[in-house]
Design a binder for this molecule. Structure first.
Ligand SMILES: [Fe+2]
Length: 479
């Protein structure tokens, strides 16, 4: 009996020690001093530079190290440690990395480190591939896991993806609790790829500065950072611009000018734009003027600058348009992709919007992710992602649904564009920053542009669809 008690106490001690050591080593535990919410984002030259952001509960040093790489081989700059909403935000930018190398890194204060993560720099060839997701917009761990499962399936489908674009609405309310739940679900994934984040309305409107404080982006050309960030980067033979559609409720003149200059400053053969609010959609928010104004304002710039494809979110369903120029079908125009939601919050189609704010002929493929109006197949009930590959003169887009019930990844759209290379010329070589004064001077004209559209075009069209809207409410309970 005595021996049994001794053995029992030894076993209990071993169990307690093991449990406590596991707890101490758990890098995502905010109370341990180890970093949380770690992200690696595009920042400057994608072949040699990345931005890193993370959080700690207490004030701590802001450090990074790379496995097997001497600190003299790269430069750390723009180091920031600031209190934000009760925690400490850390940011830094690493430059001087080698092209085409997979780096293993960790961040922390020198004693408390994150788990090791990886990312790969652009190797300089003319190929690029990326995963696009949008609108996880969850509030709790289970909701975020739906998005994380979709992203896991996306990497299984396109394992060599160079980066991930997230077209916004990361969380529902941008609170500490939600970002921690997001982190708990996504942390292991987020340490292993380069992210190009887009600010959604849930990331920027009414929750100012949250988006900029979650990602170490290059904000040097952003027209503002209060409710989102606009920036651009090259990868392979493509130029990518990321827009902020929270800017003066939609998009400011300053940002449109920035986009025009930015797109005219590249001779890359492919031009792609990411943003959040949806100009072409049949979803819940496709009846409001802030998003629809983009049909008037943003699409003009995309037309003028020969943008090949635009990805956006906001409306939680998948629509790919035929190529459009000046709001008309044109085989040389821009293809618009409403990304579908990677998460569990999904919208029905709004039939009353057809041929009012979106010409039915424009739609080349539509996939509704929940039962209701316009719904076709059980397999479409699941999270959505796009896998995009650009190889020389061909862009291939494949869209998938990860079925909720079976976990199966189902191809729901396939589309490719081939183009003549060498036609884009860089015609802008100036300063593309916007001063605070320039931005302020543009506020009134920007709001006037939106107001003129809303009163002159949107309102009469909206009033004309009210009877159909009421019918939809009565028949389908869909507003
Ligand atoms: Fe949204």
């Amino acid at each position: 009996m005595k021996n049994f008690k001794r053995i029992l106490s030894v076993v209990l001690c071993v169990c307690l020690l093991t449990t406590s050591s596991i707890g101490f080593a758990y890098a995502e535990d905010a109370t341990s001093g180890a970093p949380t919410r770690v992200s690696v984002v595009v920042n400057g030259d994608t072949s040699s530079s990345r931005g890193f952001c993370w959080y700690t509960a207490q004030q701590a040093d802001t450090k990074i190290e790379f496995e097997g790489v001497d600190a003299s081989a790269y430069t750390v700059k723009d180091v920031v440690c600031e209190e934000w909403e009760g925690n400490f935000m850390h940011k830094l930018v690493v430059t001087g990395l080698e092209a085409g190398v997979t780096y293993t890194y960790r961040v922390g204060d020198g004693e408390n480190w994150s788990d090791w993560g990886t990312f790969t720099t652009d190797n300089g060839d003319d190929k690029v591939s990326f995963i696009n997701i949008a609108d996880v917009q969850a509030s709790d761990y289970e909701g975020f896991m739906k998005g994380a499962d979709t992203l896991t399936a996306a990497f299984a489908t396109l394992p060599g993806a160079d980066f991930v674009s997230n077209c916004g609405d990361f969380t529902n309310d941008s609170t500490n609790e939600e970002w921690d739940a997001y982190d708990k679900a996504f942390a292991a994934l987020n340490r292993t790829y380069t992210l190009a984040p887009v600010s959604g309305n849930h990331d920027g409107l009414g929750v100012e500065y949250w988006f900029n404080n979650m990602f170490a982006l290059d904000t040097s050309e952003s027209v503002q950072v209060k409710d989102g960030v606009n920036y651009s980067y090259d990868y392979g033979n493509a130029h990518f611009a990321v827009l902020n559609t929270n800017d003066l409720l939609s998009i400011s003149y300053a940002q449109l000018k920035w986009l025009e200059n930015d797109m005219n400053s590249t001779d890359k053969d492919w031009k792609i734009v990411f943003f959040h609010k949806a100009p072409y959609s049949l979803g819940k928010d496709a009846k409001w003027p802030d998003a629809l104004y983009l049909q008037k304002s943003l699409t003009k710039v995309l037309d003028e600058c020969n943008v090949d494809m635009a990805f956006y979110g906001h409306d939680h369903q998948y629509i790919r348009t035929k190529p459009l120029t000046d709001n008309k079908i044109d085989e040389n125009g821009t293809t618009y992709v409403l990304s579908g939601t990677a998460g569990g919050k999904r919208y029905e189609v709004r039939p009353f919007l057809k041929n009012h704010f979106l010409d039915e002929d424009f739609i080349d493929r539509i996939v509704i992710q929940r039962e209701g109006v316009g719904f076709e197949k059980e397999e479409y009930i699941g999270g959505c992602f796009e896998a995009v590959e650009i190889n020389g003169d061909t862009l291939t887009l494949k869209t998938y649904i990860v079925n909720d019930a079976t976990g199966e990844t189902i191809l729901v759209d396939e589309y490719s564009v081939t183009k003549k290379l060498g036609e884009n010329k860089a015609t802008f070589d100036g300063d593309n920053t916007t001063s605070e004064l320039e931005y302020i001077l543009g506020v009134v004209p920007s709001f006037l542009g939106l107001a003129v559209y809303a009163l002159g075009e949107w309102l009469p069209e909206f009033l004309s669809l009210v009877p159909e809207l009421l019918y939809s409410v009565i028949k389908y309970d869909v507003f």
